[in-house]
Design a protein around this ligand. Sequence first.
Ligand code: NAP
Ligand code: GLV
Length: 309
Amino acid sequence: MALLLKSDATRLTLWYDAFHAQAPELEVRTYPELGRREDIEYALLWQPPPGLLATLPNLKVVFSVGAGIDHLLRDPELPRHLPLVRMVEDGLTAGMSEYVVMSVLLHHRFMIDYRLQQQAGKWEEIQQIAADQRTVAVLGMGEMGQDALKKLGVFGFKRLGWSRTPKELPGVECFHGAEGLKALLPRAEILVCLLPLTDGTRGLLNADLFSRLPRGAALINAGRGGHQDETALLAALDSGQLSGASLDVYQQEPGAAGGPLWKHPRIIATPHVAAMTMAPTAVASVVANIRRFEAGQPMQNVVDLSRQY
Ligand code: NAP
Ligand code: GLV
């Protein structure tokens, strides 16, 4: 039984060691060393080259290294009859909540303004706002969104959440659908995007959406670059409609580095690292699913391809 692994090169050893410790019976082959393609029954991949999966005749299950599966759906030859399992593991969720809490606090406490003051040699106080007077809205109330919303609750922020279907989460005012978004946006002083990239969410963070936010709102996008209209985002920052943005994802990755978003004084840019899949906990999740599959039991976190997430 062989599993094909494609992750970024710097983390291959971590994955390899975790599989060796938790499932020594599994032969792990690391892309591009495929060996005999007929032996590969499972694949755990991040951004595989289009067409690769279709060349594996005995593949049984496709696992995504990431929570998002848009990188797999881009493959026109994706074997859509096979189960596709997205990554849900505690390390990834915890990492995202750290990023969201860090970024929300940074905008809440005017750190972009203070950093600009520091660079200009200025000393000026900005009136602090109590957390319970600040509204944070999270787009996407899945694994990532719900955990981030819970952890933001510790600070006492007013919390709003938006999803496709109705949700309930203690202490969070929940909205869904197009009408829900319209109602949420005028209240969202700090807007966090944790949505998957689908036909329903692509380009959502656009000029119209920015114009509906309170003036001076901040944007945090750790969903996907495909959610944001980057020209509109720069215009909203330059006009003061947005006071700042924390971006982890871009239309062009890694092409955004060195471009206008990267250089903008009111953007805090990170290179798609808001949350990293942690090999030990991720391998536990993949191995548990392989064992379920081998035992003829239903796997967890199987993607509904008709929803695209
Ligand atoms: P998830 O559990 O599948 O949750 C997705 C959420 O988005 C759900 O609440 C869903 O609504 C909502 N949603 C989907 N389509 C929508 C629409 N058209 N309108 C309104 N809400 C919609 O996904 P997750 O595990 O939280 O991950 C979310 C995304 O985070 C991933 O897909 C990936 O793009 C991104 N991510 C980024 C990083 C990074 O490092 N930057 C790391 C991990 C994940 P329902 O609840 O109604 O289904
Ligand atoms: C990372 O972007 C992920 O989808 O997990």
